[in-house]
Ligand binder design. Structure first.
Ligand code: NAP
Ligand code: MG
Length: 486
């Protein structure tokens, strides 16, 4: 049975409100393309209201600013309790609106609650330094929240992204306006209701659902927004960085996806490497920013590896994400499905060898077959651009030296992996590959404790890890002149 849709309005100053224009937009189920709900379409007028509520909540005498840092942490822990209490409902809603396997959404619920607790634990550990300065000055630093933050979310991991950005900003003491992706507004609204229930004061968290060019642009151009955190495409990341300098000078953190290389050396254990490489690119229908979308296999094991990879892909069961027995669900919408199918056509046309998959499944919903291309060359489109779909592209290499250069020959730099039993090879690769996350003999090992982000056009700034609150803080140096003698 479909989960109940409880919230479809904007959330501003702890109230559910219609868009000023009265407009709504349809949100869909990727399983069959049916309309799930009509959601308020926020625009500049609504963003203005939300920012003004967030600004008031950030006033030095506000309830939020006067709240003790440890109490802020406890409040966020309460939010974690509520996320756990509602984990089944949240997982079903995520699956319904996004197409994520319900199994995966449930698994992530537990992890998301742990993330909240980790991020909440940082709230009362934000502290400055005392610094020797010219002998007679007593100098210390204060770390203070930057102010109102605009958080622009992608559609691929709506709950996880909401939690990662919102809880970090709140832990730092900021107030926020969130713009969820147009495709997946529902879980953001369900989560903000839980933040209200946890006791977050009015105006601290606001959600304006709507479109990038409307609500998103209004947020990035607003003079009272101090910082933008964005996850999505490089194209929009560039627009956001430009917008951030137009009206004021917003701090910006960007996480912009990748074309991540995974290297399989001759000495790899294929029983682990084959399924892990498949998991690296097929998980969540390939809609993962760190997807292992360039799979470099060394020549000594290339043929054997390709054969096993094809067999593995053929055995994946595709179907309704609400069914706990399936391995792969639908792409998020028709546009993304067409984009993925377009890349597959390009791959065929440019001479890559299609070994399995390549087609849409059925005529309702947005399902694409698990697809494997071999003999992919570095200059083919499918080896260069982010596909964001279940498409494994296998390339052949001879030496580690050669493959490090090829791995780095991209404008992206989010993640990278290597399978080898040779420690030197693993460490040389980890040292020289241009990526923010490197995995050895595994893939996608990540959690709130470990910094996450990209080199080059994959963005900048790091989310998660002990220092993740820093981009939400200003550092103030206070120097006190002391008399020489006392
Ligand atoms: P996108 O356009 O970059 O969308 C990400 C978010 O930015 C959405 O909330 C979007 O609003 C908003 N946005 C769009 N234009 C904006 C603007 N001018 N100012 C402010 N906000 C704006 O991503 P997409 O179109 O959904 O997906 C396109 C490609 O991005 C994918 O094929 C994939 O390659 C990549 N992607 C990467 C990640 C990642 O994890 N790094 C996640 C998602 C997508 P709307 O709701 O109107 O779109
Ligand atoms: Mg979009």
């Amino acid at each position: 049975m479909a989960p109940e849709i409880k919230y479809t309005k904007l959330f501003i100053n702890n109230e559910w409100v219609d868009a000023k224009s009265g407009k709504t937009f349809d949100t869909y189920s990727p399983h069959d393309g049916s309309v799930i709900a009509k959601v308020a379409e926020g625009d500049k007028a609504d963003v203005d209201l939300a920012v003004s509520a967030a600004k008031a909540a950030f006033h030095r005498n506000s309830e939020w600013r006067l709240l003790d840092a440890s109490a802020r942490g406890r409040l966020l822990n309460k939010f974690a309790d509520l996320v756990l209490r509602d984990s089944k409902y949240l997982a079903e809603l995520e699956s319904y609106n996004n197409g994520m396997l319900v199994n995966m959404a449930l698994f992530l619920s537990e992890r998301n609650a742990l993330s909240i607790r980790y991020l909440a634990s940082l709230a009362d550990k934000i502290q400055g330094d005392t610094i020797p300065l010219d002998g007679d000055n007593f100098t210390f630093t204060l770390k203070q929240p930057v102010g109102v933050c605009g958080l622009i979310l992608p559609w691929n991991f709506p709950i996880t992204m909401f939690i990662s950005k919102v809880v970090t900003a709140l832990s730092a003491g900021c107030t926020v306006v969130i713009k969820p992706a147009e495709q997946t507004p529902l879980t953001a609204l369900a989560l903000v209701a839980l933040l209200k229930e946890a006791g977050v004061p009015a105006g601290v968290v606001n959600v304006v659902t709507g479109y990038g060019p409307g609500a998103g642009t209004a947020l990035t151009h607003h003079p009272d927004v101090a910082k933008i955190s964005f996850t999505g495409s490089v194209e929009v990341g560039k627009l956001i960085q430009q917008a951030a300098g137009k009206v004021n000078l917003k701090r910006v953190t960007l996480e912009l996806g990748g074309k991540s290389p995974l290297i399989i050396m001759n000495d790899a254990d294929l029983n682990v490497a084959v399924p892990t490489a498949a998991y690296g690119v097929f998980t969540h229908q390939g809609q993962v920013c760190v997807a292992a979308s360039r799979l470099f296999v060394q020549s000594g094991i290339y043929d054997k590896f390709v054969e096993k990879a094809v067999e593995f892909a053929k055995n994946r069961k595709v179907g309704n994400p609400a069914d706990t027995a399936v391995d792969q669900g639908p792409q998020v919408d028709g546009e993304m499905m067409d984009k993925v199918l377009g890349y597959i056509e390009k791959g065929k046309k440019e001479g890559a060898k299609l070994l399995t998959g390549g087609k849409r499944i059925g005529t309702s919903g947005f399902y694409v077959e698990p697809t494997v291309f071999a003999d992919v060359k570095d200059d083919m489109t499918i080896a260069k651009e982010e596909i964001f779909g279940p498409v494994q592209s296998i390339l052949k290499f001879d030496t580690l030296e050669e493959v490090i250069d090829r791995a780095n020959n991209t404008s992206y730099g989010l993640a990278a992996g290597i399978f080898t039993t040779n420690l030197n090879n693993a460490l040389q690769y980890a040292k020289h590959v241009e990526a923010g996350n490197v995995w050895v003999n595994g893939y996608m090992m990540a959690g709130p404790q470990s910094p996450f982000g990209g080199y080059k056009d994959s963005g900048y700034g790091r989310e998660a890890g002990l220092n993740c609150v820093d981009p939400y803080l200003e550092v103030k140096s206070v120097a006190i002149s002391l008399p020489k003698k006392f």
